[in-house]
Write a new protein. Sequence first.
Length: 302
Amino acid sequence: MAIDFDFANAGSIYSFAMNSDAPTPPAGAAADWTIPQAWRRYTPDEHAMWDRLFARQQALLPGRVVPAFMEGLDVLRMSKPGIPDFDELSERLMKATGWQVVAVPGLVPEDVFFEHMANRRFVAGRFIRTPEQIDYLEEPDIFHDVFGHVPLLANPAFADYMQAYGEGGLRAAGRGAIDLLARLYWYTVEFGLIRDGNDLKLYGAGIVSSYGESIFALDDPSPNRLGFDLRRVMRTKYRIDDYQQNYFVIDSFEDLLRQTRDADFGPVYDALEDQPDIEIDTILPTDTVYHRGTQARVAAAI
Ligand SMILES: [Fe+2]
């Protein structure tokens, strides 16, 4: 059975980062691991794939996704059809929030990934899935990276959060706390939900770039939907081989930014050092529970 899931068997939680001892960039890449996007080399079929995915999500997401995402989609509306040209995209983003999008050849070392983010450069893959892979990918492609991540980079608070995250990553790397910070990324940037009045809305890139999870994350009774708490999230395991069993709900991007920026993570890491991990399906007495999941999807898969 093919599942609609962007990260099946993904080797890393970051779109394009890996644990490594900083090998040198591959041939053809710059010292910071970037490569030209080579936009002119995309084929008509590849552009058509982008248009097909874009149209499907654009029809599904209004009313489900945070309004800031739909507003940010404007930066993706290019003068040319198909896959966005990173130069043009960066020009628009730069005007909005000072961010750029740069292409990398594949996985890059974590310190390179964080260094780019801390300097408001979002690294993206340049390949696009084939029609056979439309709902099943082993590595995030340009549709995930650009459609999923870039619209919210046009939102000032979220843009600042992403930069703060990159700076936090550089600090965490020196403390051996990457795993804790990775969970924060996973449960916010990739799979976050946000409150919108009495409703919940999507904002995580892993959700909004996936047709199936865009429905599942909001509508399915299976997963837990819990209030975001920084320390709680950092202790919580996650899965990379199926839809999430937990989604964490933030109040606003401003609140997420405040928690990240105000928290010097040093004391947080100290406090968490001796605390056990929280299993994926556990609900704590201290949790704000928006929805207590049935976990039926997991039971059905066994
Ligand atoms: Fe991603």
